[in-house]
Ligand binder design. Structure first.
Ligand code: NAG
Ligand code: NAG
Ligand code: NAG
Ligand code: NAG
Ligand code: NAG
Ligand code: NAG
Length: 345
């Protein structure tokens, strides 16, 4: 029943006032237009039951206090802005910086007091971010996290993905759910401070997730704005190398033509493979590039796979046989794959 006066009086109709309400003089018309109303900037409103906080507003502390509000301190002359008022009056605890207490009489002669909590804007600050570089792998789900504090609390955290760091180009934020990457957003409290936590959740790691991820917040009210970004590099770790593979187990070639035999081989961050060789039949000496052969390693679209190619020029019957590619690495089993070459006459 404490608020019944407010509700009875049309001018005090209990409105849902947004936290982000921009301070304007019209805010005070309710009381100041009433006869003998008084507005005062204070650290807190009177404890009296009829003066409870009914509104929250957020102000830019560098802006001027409305001139119709009194400040009852000795050195009043120096106080122009909200920030100066807080320094003189002494701060309140927590997220409340000051209050506006408005006292007066309503039309029907009842005494009314309205208290507006004044919150200062606070620049966006990164409280926590996932370490960089961060590792993803094929068999593990991964997530990246950013925690920002600010007032007013931002409603959105955007994530961006870039191939290279420090891109200045304009780009769109990642859409929630694209390629199975989901975002979540929650309000949390960190050391009495309101904060917002955004998490980017990846499905099982894949090489296409590699890149530079930036979480970014832009916060603003009229006449004030603050922003912050934080970047994490995501690196894909190649899975444990598997034995080489060939797309076919037999190749037929025309006499005097050139033939390419290709093995797909795995590589990884430890430097494997140390050695790659082509052998013919049961020879103990590997084939080497010459007039007859050309042996090359070619990159693929994946950093974890390479093509190991044996080119044989001008093939004849004597080139027929069983060619095998051999993959060797320290501390790993040596593996191989083979292709049989047939030459038509
Ligand atoms: C003002 O803000 C505080 C803290 O966020 C909240 O608990 C309270 O309900 C708000 N009051 C009004 C009237 O909006
Ligand atoms: C992203 O989508 C998921 C699943 O639909 C949903 O739970 C989550 O709230 C969304 N996140 C954002 C930031 O909209
Ligand atoms: C972010 O803040 C910087 C100053 O800290 C400013 O130069 C820049 O324009 C702001 N960017 C956005 C998108 O608001
Ligand atoms: C085989 O390769 C050699 C060397 O690259 C080239 O000179 C020759 O023309 C090629 N032969 C055929 C049949 O493509
Ligand atoms: C290919 O082999 C034939 C027969 O051995 C030879 O006459 C010819 O010169 C060779 N061609 C090349 C490009 O090596
Ligand atoms: C070719 O050689 C590999 C071993 O080097 C062997 O496992 C494979 O059975 C051989 N293929 C044929 C058709 O002889």
């Amino acid at each position: 029943m404490k608020n019944q006066y407010f509700e009875q009086d049309v001018r005090f109709m209990s409105r849902k006032v947004s936290l982000l309400l921009v301070l304007s003089f019209t805010l005070f018309q309710d009381v100041s237009s009433a006869p003998s109303s008084k507005c005062e900037v204070k650290a807190s409103c009177s404890e009296s039951a009829s003066c409870q906080i009914t509104r929250n507003i957020t102000v830019n502390p560098g802006l001027k206090i409305p001139p119709n509000c009194a400040i009852n301190v000795r050195r009043k002359g120096n106080i122009h802005t909200w920030q100066q008022a807080k320094q003189q009056i002494g701060g309140s605890k927590g997220s409340l910086d000051l209050v506006l207490q408005e006292k007066g009489k309503s039309k029907n002669g009842k005494y009314i007091c309205q208290c507006t909590a004044v919150h200062f804007t606070r620049a966006v600050n990164l409280l926590w971010g996932s370490s960089s570089p961060n590792i993803i792998s094929k068999d593990k789900k991964n997530e990246l996290e950013c925690v920002f504090s600010a007032w007013p609390l931002p409603a959105v955290v955007n994530w961006y993905k870039d191939k290279l760091p420090n891109t200045n180009r304009v780009r769109l934020p990642l859409m929630n759910g694209t390629k199975g990457i989901y975002q979540s957003l929650e309000k949390i409290r960190v050391n009495e401070e309101e904060a917002i936590r955004s998490v980017l959740r990846f499905p099982l790691g894949s090489e296409e997730h590699e890149g530079f991820y930036t979480c970014s917040v832009v916060d603003s009210i009229q006449g004030w704005s603050s922003n912050k970004s934080y970047m994490v590099q995501l690196i894909f770790i190649c899975p444990r190398p598997q034995p080489p593979t060939t797309s076919t187990s037999m190749v037929s070639a025309n006499k005097l033509s050139n033939v390419s035999l290709t093995c797909l081989v795995d590589s990884d961050e430890t430097g494997c493979p140390d050695e790659l060789h082509w052998y013919k039949n049961n020879d103990h000496v590997p084939l080497a590039s010459s007039k007859k052969y050309n042996i090359v390693v070619k990159h693929t679209h994946s950093k974890c796979k390479q093509e190991f190619i044996l080119n044989i020029f001008n093939v004849t019957k004597v080139d027929e046989g069983n060619y095998s590619c051999q993959w060797k690495c320290e501390y790993e089993d040596t593996t191989k794959a083979s292709i049989v070459l047939k030459v038509s006459t």
